[in-house]
Design a protein around this ligand. Sequence first.
Ligand SMILES: NC(=O)CC[C@H](N)C(=O)O
Length: 358
Amino acid sequence: MKDAFLALEDGTVFRGEALGSEGLARGELVFNTSFTGYEEAMTGPSYKGQLLMFTYPLVGNYGLSYESIQSDEVGAEAVVVKEACEKPSHRDSKASLDEFLKDMDTPGIEGIDTRMLTIKTRERGVLKAAVAVGDYSVEEVVEYAKGAPDIQDLDLVSQVTCEESYRVKGDGSRIAVLDCGVRKSILDRLSEHGFDLKVFPADSSSETIREYNPEALFVSNGPGNPKMAKNPINLVKEFVGEIPVFGICFGTQIISLAVGADTYKMSFGHRGGNHPVKDHETGTVHITSQNHGFAIDKESLNGTGLEVTQTNANDGTVEAVESKKQEIYGVQYHPEAYPGPRDTKDLFLNKIYKIIEG
Ligand SMILES: NC(=O)CC[C@H](N)C(=O)O
C-alpha cells in the first residue's frame, strides 16, 4: 500500500496508508461514532467541506452494496479510518472501502489512531486538516491544512443542491422540498407516506415554488453554516404562516434563523447513531442518528413563536422546535433512520402527516 499523510492545522502530521483515489483534500476533521452505516454516512451531502473520520476501528467489514447510498458521490472531502477491511463479507457487497472510495474519486487514509484524534477533537474542538494521497511533500500537506478555509464562511449548499427541480409523484398532499443537500432516504420516507414531492434547487425563487402550489414546504439537511444559506432563509420567511413548514437538521436551523432565532457552532458536534433525545411532553428518551456541528441557540427562540419540544439528553442542545400556531415543526436529528436507529421515524412522519393532512 502507498503512503498517505494526514496533517492537522496545528502542524501535527500522521503517516498512514493510502485509500481510495489520489488527491489532496482539506476541511474540518469531524468524527462519527457509528459502528455501522458507513455507506450512508460517507454519501451524505452534509459532510461537504469536511474530512469524515470514523471512531470505530474497523470500517468496511460488510462491504459496500451501493444500495444505501444517499447521493451519487461521497459528500466528505476525504475519509479517515483506523483500519479498512480489505476482504468484506456480505452477500450484497460489491466493493471494499478502498474500491468504493476509488470508484467515488475520493481520497482516504487508514492506519490512523482515530480514537486518539477523536479524544483530541473532543478536548480541543474541531480542527482543520488535510489528507494527501499521492506524491505530496509533508510540507505541502501541512501548508494545505493550515490554509483550509473556515467552514463558517463557506456557501456549501450551492455545491450540493440539485441543478433543476424534479418531481417524485405521489397521490397525497404536495410538498415542496428545498434541496440543501437532501439525503435520498428523506425523499424515500416522505414518498412512502404518499406525499407528492417537487424538489427545488436551494436558490429557487418563491414564484417558481408557488407554480407547484405546494401544501407544505420542507427544508432539507445540508452542509456548512446555516447562516450562509440566505435564499432558503428568505424563502422560509415568505412561506411561514401561509403553509406548514418543516425541516430536518440544517432545515430546522434555517427555519429557526428565519423566525429570528440564532445558531452557533458547536465545539465538535454530534455525529453518530446513539444520541439520546428527551421528549418534553412524554419524558421519553429516543435514540437518534445525528450529524451536525451547528445548533440552535435555545435562548434566542424566546419571542419567535417556536417552542423547544425535545432536547439532547446528554448536553441539552435543541433537538426539536414547534409552533402550533404557525404550523412549523423541525428536528435537529435525522428521523429518516438511514442509518438507524428508528425510534423517531414514525414520530416525525406522523407529525408531518397530522400537520398537513389535519
Ligand atoms: N446534517 C445536517 O443537515 C447538518 C447541518 C449543519 N451543516 C450542521 O453541521 O449543523
